[in-house]
Design a protein around this ligand. Structure first.
Ligand code: TYM
Length: 332
């Protein structure tokens, strides 16, 4: 059986990259897989989160799943801390993963920056928890944006080493699902930097809850170069900002990048930006409005998370029990 697991951190406002790189794909996979979509609050606290905001942010991410079209009857939606097995399996994986493997993780290096000694231990072992999220359900496929690829390779290494060390064929070797024209949406202020919830500049990203004026303004102000849009993909790829905007356009219009370029090649940025802003407002606007509606009724969102956690725990429990037996824990 094929099972999907994926997650988003409740660590800030949901932005266009989260939508185009991940949650839009969550929706598209629902009919072909059993899907489990998590709001990873344990991951979020690897960087300090204001406790008053964390619960709100958890509902905000949940609302984005629902507004994008994840069906809570068909798929499981829950928050990570509600199923204790994530932290339990993560501990076992802390003892499987090697320090050398974690030292290679580029996301840790980026997030810890120059203050490595001062980063939380949680931030360092974060990829072990991510492997536990996935393998607690023996998920076979994981839809994510490009930036999570290295963490998924580590998940495969952990599964392989666990199977090898304990002489079992227990965990599946998970496949990443990275697809669409926007697997890596870049900042609107700098075409070489990823669009991110945590970028200090709000102009760097389109938030899913931005209104039409904010979306249009951010696109109008997006950094570009002075030349008209190129004729070929090869030339486009040499211009990071232009490439990013054409990629966003293609993803929003649900066409390929060459098809998108064919529509706008040779035109000036001003006209293209207007067209892109109209399209973004048309596609993102309704999602943001639905998110606002959903978060106005926290009871409804919480009920979905509660039911999801019960369904997730029912899948996780027998798997965690097997793992404990394999490892040799006495369960008197
Ligand atoms: P997070 O919360 O940073 O991002 C959530 C999802 O959005 C994708 N994404 C992007 N895609 C394209 N362009 C962008 N600019 C962009 N920014 C974010 C991410 O690739 C991700 O798919 N470690 C994960 C959360 C996680 C997880 C898991 C994912 C925890 N456990 C298990 C899958 C399976 C993270 O920090 O995602």
């Amino acid at each position: 059986m094929n099972r999907i697991f994926s997650g988003v951190q409740p660590s800030g406002a949901m932005q266009l990259g989260n939508y185009l790189g991940a949650i839009r794909n969550f929706v598209r996979l629902q009919d072909d897989y059993d899907c489990i979509y998590c709001v990873v609050d344990l991951h979020a606290i690897t960087l300090w989160q204001d406790p008053k905001l964390l619960a709100e942010q958890t509902r905000h991410v949940t609302a984005s799943y629902l507004a994008a079209g994840v069906d809570p009857k068909q798929s499981i939606i829950f928050n990570q801390s509600a199923v204790a097995g994530h932290a339990q399996l993560a501990w076992i994986f802390n003892c499987v993963a090697r320090i050398g493997w974690l030292n290679r993780m580029t996301q840790f290096k980026e997030k810890a920056g120059k203050h490595r000694e001062n980063a939380s231990v949680g931030l360092y072992v974060y990829p072990d928890l991510m492997a536990a999220d996935i393998l607690l359900y023996k998920a076979t496929h994981v839809p994510v944006g490009e930036d999570q690829k290295q963490h998924l390779e580590l998940t495969r290494d952990i599964a392989q080493k666990f199977n090898h060390d304990y002489g079992v064929e227990y965990f599946p070797i998970t496949e990443p699902l990275i697809f669409g024209e926007a697997t890596r949406v870049m900042s609107l202020r700098d075409g070489t930097k990823k669009m991110s919830k945590s970028d200090p500049s709000d102009y760097s990203r389109i938030n899913l809850t931005d209104d039409a004026d904010a979306i249009a303004l951010k696109i109008r102000k997006a950094r570009t170069d002075p030349h008209p849009l190129p004729e070929t993909i090869e030339d486009l790829e040499k211009r990071p900002e232009a490439n990013n905007l054409v990629g966003i356009y293609a993803a929003l219009a649900d066409i390929s990048r060459p098809e998108a370029l064919a529509k706008v090649a040779g035109t000036q940025f001003a006209g293209f930006k207007q067209e892109l802003a109209d399209l973004a407002v048309e596609k993102v606007g309704p999602i943001g409005a639905e998110m606002q509606r959903l978060t106005a009724d926290p009871g409804h969102v919480d009920a979905i998370l509660k039911e999801g956690a019960e369904r997730a725990a029912a899948i996780a429990e027998p798997i965690l029990k097997d793992v404990m037996e394999i490892v040799g824990f006495l369960r008197p």
